[in-house]
Write a protein that binds this ligand. Sequence first.
Ligand code: C2E
Ligand code: MG
Ligand code: MG
Ligand code: MG
Length: 289
Amino acid sequence: SAKEKGKNMYEFYHNYLKEKNPKQLSLEADVRKAVKEKQFEIFYQPQIGYANGKMFGVEALLRWNHPKEGLIKPEDFIAIVEDSELIIELGEWVLSESSKQVKSWQEQGCENLYLSVNVSIKQFFHHNFIGKIKEIFEETGYNLERLDLEITESLAIKDVEYAKDIFDKLRHLGISISMDDFGTGYSSLNHLKNFSIDRLKIDGSLVRDIEHDEKARTIIDTIIVMARNLKLLSLAEQVETVEQEAYLKSIGCNEVQGYLYSEPLTGDDMGEFLANNYNASLLNRVDVS
Ligand code: C2E
Ligand code: MG
Ligand code: MG
Ligand code: MG
């Protein structure tokens, strides 16, 4: 009976919830409310080109201003959100908010500024993903030639044929595609042959090991050579030290992102940062000879 079913469901959730730690439990319960009450905030981190040392874009990174826990990073909630349909709503909110913000910076003198946005698996494989993208950007009036979507390889290979088709449709709209966290997943060369993408983002876990692990250096070097030969851009993420920068420069990495240049900033702080630094070189003067 329905009543029995209800009781079983109750027992199921009861047991399921019991196994989670209280903190995670209350986070889960708070997500829906947080979406409604706009407790989420977008931070922006500069992306810098090695050719001239200048910032050309920003990556939108989600933060949660939790009323009790304070500022929470995605690692502590994104998996929970991605487990539910809420990620669709939240992902759409990120696209809409960040594009409005970056458009206003473009109008204030940073005409060519790029926006990079992370896309989660549920969003990407949602049947109306392309339709939603069109709708959101028609509404915000954002130039899609200045939009980059960051997609992880492990996401794309869940359904290679479907992903290929979505990539093609996105690129047809003028959107660029970056393969995020490259070097950590399957990194199959065959996929790179199949997918029409624009950029490889080399994962921070490889960058972190540059100074003390020759194998990490060799892998990064190989990724960059391969990217160049496939006519893809390469970006190293989570660059923290001048030694890492010197190495990346010496092997011809195209772009960088990391605390060495700037942490992710609030919209207000990024606005100020752009006003002072948009045309300045952000690279440290490192002798790579
Ligand atoms: P990601 O896209 O690979 O983002 C890079 C992460 O590295 C960010 O963590 C960033 O704050 C951090 N980072 C940047 N520079 C440095 C550095 O020099 N050192 C170190 N140690 N870390 C650095 P964050 O903001 O915590 O985001 C973590 C992940 O959450 C992101 O990884 C992305 O996969 C996901 N994420 C963030 N925002 C969104 C979003 O709006 N939607 C979706 N679906 N996922 C998001
Ligand atoms: Mg990313
Ligand atoms: Mg990444
Ligand atoms: Mg990552």
